[in-house]
Design a protein around this ligand. Structure first.
Ligand code: 3H9
Length: 694
C-alpha cells in the first residue's frame, strides 16, 4: 500500500509511503482519496494530517508514469486535490524534507500547511519541460503573491521553507517535532467551525500585474529561447490573473497536456533519469563497500591539475598539489587563487570561503608528501612515457589501498595500470576543461579496476558535483572517440563544398553551443593535429581529410595564434571568416580533384549528429558504455549538445533508427563514403521498431 492511514486522538494521519520520494503515482493518489473518505466517515475524526514517510513529503507526480495510461487514470492529481480541498474536515499538510511539483500542489489544496525548517519547496516542472499541472500556477500566486510565485514557477528553483515563513504559504514553520506540531495544530483547527480556508478563494493582489507579466515574458524570451515551457507557465498564470481561478486552471491543464508531449520535455526527462542512471553500474551493486576518501593529492599544477584540485577543495577535502618545479607550483597556486578571486568578484563565493578553501591546499615538490593520500589524481603531460614515470613512483610512495587515478583523455588505462603492482587500484578520472566548471567526469574502468574502487569514485563524483559516466577502455573513451567521427565529417564537408562558417552556423542553429571549427580554434588546432599524427601511425587505413593538417602547417593553431579556421583580432574572441583559409580550402578541393557542391544545412547536421550516434552505437555494442543514456549524458554535460534534444542517441531515436540507417547508407555511397560503416545494432533495432533508449 502506498499510503498509510492511522488515527491519533481524533486526528486522522494520512502518510504517503511510496519510496523513494513519495511520487504521486496511481496507487498513492488512490490511497489519498481513500484516506480522505475514510476520515469523513469516522465520527471520531475531527481533522486530518497529510504527510509523507521517509525522505520527502512528496517529490511530485511520478514522472515514470508520464505518457502512459496511468498518468491520466482516475483519480488524477486534480481529483485528489479536489477531494482534499473539498474535505469537510480540515486537512493540514505537514511538510518536511521535500515538497516539489505535484507534492507542493497537493499541499496547496490542503486548508492549512505546517512546514519543518529545512524543507525544500519548489515547482520544478519547468526543468522537465512541463508546467505545474495540478493547480500550482493558480494556487501558488494566491499563496505567496504573483511575483514570488512566477519566479518560482518559471525558474523551477528551490526555496527553503524558512525563507517562506510568513509568506502566506505556511501557517507555521516549526523547528522541532513536526508530527507533534501538526497533530496539535490539527486538533486546534478540528475544534473550529468550518468552512476552512481554501487557497483558491484568495485574491491575487498586484498593483501592476500586467506590467509584471510582460516583464516576465521579456525575460523568458531571451533566456529560454528553445524551451516552450516557461512561456506556457506565464500564459497559465496570466489566465488566472485576468480571468479567475477556474479559467486559469483550464489553461494550465491544456498547456500541461501539450507540453508533456513535446520533444523538449522528453529530452529533459531523459536527462533527469539519465543523470541518475549513470551512477548505476550493472555489475557493481549499490551496496558495494566504498573506501574512505578524506584526502586527495593531485599531480601537476597546470590548468587541468589546478582545476581538478579546486573540485575537491570546494567539497572541503584537503588537497596536496605536487609539481616538479617551484615556479610551476607557484604559477598553479596563483591561478587557483585567481579563479577563486574571480568567483568572489562575481559574488559566488565569500572572501572567508576563499581563504577556507585555500587553507585546505598543501603545495609540495616531494612525492613523499603523497604517502597519506586516499586518492591521487595524475594530471601530467599526455604521453605514456611521462605517465609511466609518475605511476611507477606512485606505486612506491602511495599507501596501500590508495586509489591511483589518471586524468588521461586518450591513453590506455590498462597500460598505465600495468606500470604499478596494484592495477586493481588504478582508474581513469577524465575531467573536462575547465575542470572546476565542467560537469562531466568520464570514469574509466580498467580491466583490473576493482569494484570498490569504481564505487568509491562514483560516490566521490557526486560529492564534487560531477555527472560521472563509466567508460570502458578504448581510444578516446566515450566522448572523444565519438567526436573524432564528428570532426572527420566536418573536415570532409569542407573538402566537398562547405566552408567553416557554414558548418558551424548549421550545427549551432541545431543547438550546439559551438560548431566544430570555432571549438577547434578555441581548444587549439595543434591538439587534433597531434592526435591525427598518432592515428596515421596506428591506423593507417583510416581515411582523413588532410585539410586540417594543411591549416596547421601554416601555424594557424586557433585563438592562441590569432588565427585558425577563422581570423581573430587582438582582445576579441569573435571568429571572423578568413578569406585566406577559405581560399586555401577551395584550392585544396581542386588539388585533390574533389568536385565542390552546395551542401545543405540539413546534410551538415545529419552527417555530424549521425556520425556521433553511429559511433555511439558501436560503443554500446562493444560494451564500452553500458547504456545509451550514459552516452547522452556525456554529450549533454561535456560537449555542448543541446539539452532540449536530449543527446545524440535520443536524437537518433527521435528521428527514428530506420531513417538514420537510410541516411547512413546514402552518405556511404557519396564521396568520402568509406567513413560510414553503419553499426549493426542500428538496423537491428530499427527492424524491431525500437530505439537505443527503449
Ligand atoms: C509534477 O509533479 C507534475 C505535476 O505538476 C502535475 C501532474 C498532473 N517521479 O534525485 P534522487 C526518483 S512533475 C519518479 O537521486 P535526492 C529518482 O529517479 C514532478 N521518480 O534523490 C531516483 O530513482 P532511482 C515534479 C522520481 O534525494 C530516486 O527517486 N517534481 C521522482 O537527491 C531518488 O532521486 C520534480 O521534478 C518523481 N517525481 O533528491 C522533482 N523524483 O533511485 C524531481 C525522484 O531509481 N526530483 N525520483 O535512481 C528531484 O528533484 C529529486 O529527486 C528530489 C530527491 C529532490 C525529490
Amino acid at each position: 500500500m502506498a499510503v498509510d492511514y492511522t488515527t491519533h486522538d481524533g486526528v486522522a494521519v494520512i502518510t504517503l509511503n511510496n519510496p523513494p520520494v513519495n511520487g504521486l503515482g496511481l496507487s498513492t493518489r488512490a490511497g489519498i482519496v481513500e484516506g480522505i473518505e475514510r476520515a469523513q466517515q469516522d465520527p471520531a475524526v475531527t481533522a486530518i494530517v497529510l504527510t509523507g514517510a521517509g525522505k520527502a513529503f512528496s517529490g511530485g507526480a511520478d514522472i515514470t508514469e508520464f505518457n502512459t495510461p496511468k498518468a491520466t487514470q482516475e483519480p488524477t492529481l486534480g481529483t485528489v486535490i479536489k477531494a482534499v480541498e473539498g474535505s469537510a474536515k480540515p486537512v493540514v499538510a505537514a511538510i518536511h524534507s521535500v515538497a516539489m511539483g505535484g507534492g507542493l500542489e497537493l499541499a496547496l489544496g490542503a486548508h492549512y500547511r505546517i512546514a519543518a525548517v529545512g524543507a525544500q519547496i519548489a515547482l520544478p516542472e519547468v526543468k522537465l519541460g512541463i508546467l505545474p499541472g495540478a493547480g500550482g500556477t493558480q494556487r501558488l500566486p494566491r499563496a505567496i503573491g504573483l511575483e514570488a510565485a512566477l519566479n518560482m514557477i518559471v525558474s523551477g528553483n528551490v526555496v527553503m521553507s524558512e525563507k517562506l515563513a510568513g509568506s502566506g504559504l505556511f501557517d507555521e514553520v516549526v523547528e522541532g517535532d513536526l508530527a507533534k506540531a501538526a497533530l496539535a495544530f490539527a486538533t486546534k483547527v478540528g475544534a473550529q467551525k468550518g468552512p476552512h480556508p481554501k487557497v483558491r478563494d484568495r485574491k491575487i493582489v498586484h498593483a501592476e500585474a500586467q506590467g509584471f507579466i510582460q516583464f516576465a515574458r521579456n525575460t523568458v524570451a531571451t533566456l529560454a529561447k528553445q524551451f516552450p515551457a516557461p512561456h506556457k507557465c506565464i500564459d497559465a498564470v496570466e489566465a488566472g490573473v485576468l480571468n479567475g481561478f477556474d479559467k486559469g486552471l483550464a489553461v494550465e491543464r491544456e498547456c500541461f497536456m501539450a507540453l508533456v508531449q513535446t520533444p523538449e520535455s522528453r529530452a529533459l526527462r531523459h536527462a533527469f533519469f539519465g543523470e541518475r542512471a549513470a551512477s548505476k553500474i550493472p555489475d557493481v551493486p549499490s551496496d558495494t563497500p566504498v573506501r574512505d576518501i578524506k584526502s586527495v593529492a593531485v599531480i601537476g599544477a597546470g590548468t587541468m591539475g589546478g582545476g581538478i584540485a579546486m573540485n575537491f577543495l570546494n567539497a572541503g577535502i584537503p588537497v596536496t598539489l605536487l609539481e616538479t618545479k617551484q615556479d610551476a607550483l607557484d604559477r598553479g597556486l596563483a591561478t587557483i587563487r585567481k579563479n577563486y578571486e574571480g568567483n568572489v568578484k562575481k559574488g559566488k563565493l565569500t572572501a572567508d570561503a576563499l581563504e577556507q578553501r585555500l587553507a585546505l591546499l598543501r603545495p609540495t615538490l616531494s612525492y613523499d608528501d603523497l604517502k597519506n593520500a586516499d586518492l591521487i589524481v595524475e594530471a601530467v603531460f599526455e604521453e605514456l612515457g611521462v605517465k609511466e614515470q609518475v605511476f611507477r613512483q606512485l606505486d612506491e610512495v602511495a599507501k596501500s589501498g590508495a586509489i591511483l587515478a589518471s586524468n588521461t583523455s586518450t591513453l590506455d588505462v590498462n597500460r598505465i595500470a600495468a606500470f604499478t603492482k596494484r592495477p586493481q587500484d588504478v582508474i581513469g578520472m577524465h575531467f573536462f576543461s575547465p575542470a572546476n566548471v565542467m560537469k562531466l567526469l568520464e570514469v574509466v574502468r580498467g580491466e583490473h579496476t576493482s569494484k570498490d574502487v569504481l564505487a568509491t569514485v562514483m560516490k566521490l563524483a557526486k560529492k564534487i558535483r560531477k555527472t560521472a559516466v563509466v567508460s570502458g577502455v578504448c581510444d578516446g573513451f566515450i566522448g572523444n572517440r565519438m567526436v573524432e567521427q564528428y570532426i572527420r565529417q566536418a573536415l570532409f564537408m569542407l573538402e566537398e563544398g562547405a566552408l567553416p562558417a557554414q558548418v558551424d552556423k548549421a550545427i549551432e542553429k541545431f543547438g550546439f553551443a559551438m560548431g566544430p571549427f570555432r571549438m577547434s580554434d578555441l581548444a587549439g588546432n595543434d591538439i587534433g593535429w597531434a592526435i591525427r599524427k598518432r592515428r596515421y601511425q596506428e591506423q593507417p587505413d583510416m581515411h582523413y581529410s588532410k585539410i586540417a593538417d594543411r591549416l596547421c602547417e601554416t601555424g594557424r593553431f586557433g585563438q592562441k595564434t590569432g588565427g585558425g579556421w577563422y581570423d581573430y583580432k587582438a582582445g576579441d574572441r569573435n571568429a571572423h571568416p578568413s578569406k585566406l583559409v577559405d581560399d586555401m580550402i577551395v584550392a585544396y578541393s581542386q588539388e585533390t580533384g574533389a568536385t565542390r557542391r552546395k551542401i545543405s544545412d540539413d546534410e551538415i547536421v545529419e552527417r555530424l549528429v549521425f556520425a556521433l550516434a553511429n559511433e555511439g552505437a558501436k560503443i554500446l555494442e562493444e560494451g564500452i558504455a553500458s547504456k545509451a543514456s550514459d552516452i547522452d549524458m556525456v554529450y549533454l554535460t561535456g560537449y555542448g549538445f543541446p539539452l532540449y534534444r536530449g543527446g545524440p542517441m535520443l536524437y537518433a531515436d527521435t528521428v527514428g533508427l530506420y531513417n538514420v540507417e537510410r541516411a547512413i547508407r546514402r552518405y556511404a555511397s557519396q564521396p568520402n563514403g568509406d567513413a560510414w560503416k553503419a553499426a549493426s545494432s542500428i538496423g537491428e533495432l530499427a527492424q524491431q521498431g525500437r530505439g537505443f533508449n527503449r
